[in-house]
Write a protein that binds this ligand. Sequence first.
Ligand SMILES: Nc1ncnc2c1ncn2[C@@H]1O[C@H](COP(=O)(O)OP(=O)(O)O)[C@@H](O)[C@H]1O
Ligand SMILES: [Mg+2]
Length: 276
Amino acid sequence: MTELKLAKNQEDALDNSPSLLGDDQFHGAAPGTRPTLTTGGQPAFFSCWEIHAYYGESYVVQGVSFDVREGEIVALLGRNGAGKTSTLRTIARVDDPALKSGELWLDHKPLHEMKAFKAAQSGIGLVPEDRRIIQGLTVEENLKLAQIAPPVGWSIERIYDLFPRLAERRTQEGTTLSGGEQQMLAIGRTLARDVKLLLLDEPYEGLAPVIVQEIERTLDQIKSLGMTTIIVEQNAIAALHLADRAIILDMGQVVFDGKSQEVLDNAELRQQYLAI
Ligand SMILES: Nc1ncnc2c1ncn2[C@@H]1O[C@H](COP(=O)(O)OP(=O)(O)O)[C@@H](O)[C@H]1O
Ligand SMILES: [Mg+2]
């Protein structure tokens, strides 16, 4: 039996659930039960509870629940179309997909009551898959623009210390950077704001292995600074090496919540839900 972080009421819920996944996998919170995965009755630093979200009529996030502790890195994994991006977008409170029910808490603040702008001000830092570097602005202008509205996070110099390549290209137009450098800029721009929860959507996508390694090293540094992070990656093995914990989504639902090492050790689980 693997070690799982389940509240007593969730263990009870598991007893009544179909055994399709085996008894060592997490099925998400049962309706009406609230995950309290941290000890001592303290709410987790970040918590989503039974969130349901839709693109129009299309029901994509189907009752997702999980917690993240302060300083923890969680890999959110699953096949293409499993609902990873939609879950991150729901957490960031962008309009689509629309959150219909459930709760989202970050550092005691109710994100579920906020729009994207307020959620960002409260510390959500989404680095979207397409990076969205602003055209016509230099690297430095892209970074400075992120600091226009308070609360301000890292200084520009600190971001350059983390990404020396950005310092070298500070006067270059952001959209003319290589894919890897644009990813660095997208992460740097997010850190320029006061981020409490960093959401990375496929940061390694489309990048050469040597650049992936460079960004991995940077994410390791960010991790050592204690930044709470959720990373979505198709490159699951790389994400599992970085993350403490893994959550696997399938068809908009949580099918596993446990230690990264458990996923690395469980070929059957990887084959079934990650196709690796
Ligand atoms: N803008 C959208 N409108 C309608 N359906 C969408 C939209 N974006 C994604 N979907 C659907 O939502 C589901 C989850 O997609 P997504 O969250 O992008 O998955 P993942 O990031 O895990 O690949 C898929 O079935 C996808 O087709
Ligand atoms: Mg995606």
